[in-house]
Design a protein around this ligand. Sequence first.
Ligand SMILES: N[C@@H](CCC(=O)N[C@@H](CSO)C(=O)NCC(=O)O)C(=O)O
Length: 212
Amino acid sequence: MAPMKLYGATMSWNVTRCAVALEEAGAEYEIVPINFATAEHKSPEHLARNPFGQVPALQDGDLCIWESRAICKYAARKNKPELLKEGNLVESAMVDVWMEVEANQYTSVLDAILFQCLISPMLGGTTDQKVVEDNLEKLKKVLEVYEARLTKYKYLAGDFLSLADLNHVSATLCLFATPHASVLDGYPHVKAWWSSLMERPSVQKVAALMKP
Ligand SMILES: N[C@@H](CCC(=O)N[C@@H](CSO)C(=O)NCC(=O)O)C(=O)O
């Protein structure tokens, strides 16, 4: 079978979120760059992959899917279903909870910080420090919940690695490219969790991909 194609740029933490899942699942895939400078993401060819004209998109044979977290679940379901615990009602429910938390509580706040610190300057804009500070305060509240959870369990969904943990990796790697990674220092169990994720070959490979 031909390798899967992940369309997008490794600068995007939505794209590299998929790369982590694909690496962890041991999937055969290649990253196909999409050139934003020429608006390739709005081309008819790419709109056929993702009707919203965004990256990432994943092509696997005749199947084309988009939305990073759907791509991650597909990669896990196809190659490493234990990352979703779908055979266990309770464990899979906790995986679902913490995948939603990653999207709606953690990365939604981190996105604002990363945009101000990484994307805006790259586009010739400025960094709105108030937006950064306000979202760092929101992130601290989220991390308090994570710290309590990770005091009880090794990973977020339980004492087992799941896609919920891995879906945090790409945006958190980007946090370390900002001056604000020290926000994690106040949460020792979160730091230990992050260190264990960083030891994974899949994470190290994607971290190397993301180096500017
Ligand atoms: N919920 C989606 C977000 C994709 C997205 O915003 N992609 C951005 C670049 S990466 O941050 C994008 O394609 N922006 C161009 C545009 O929106 O026109 C996902 O998780 O895949």
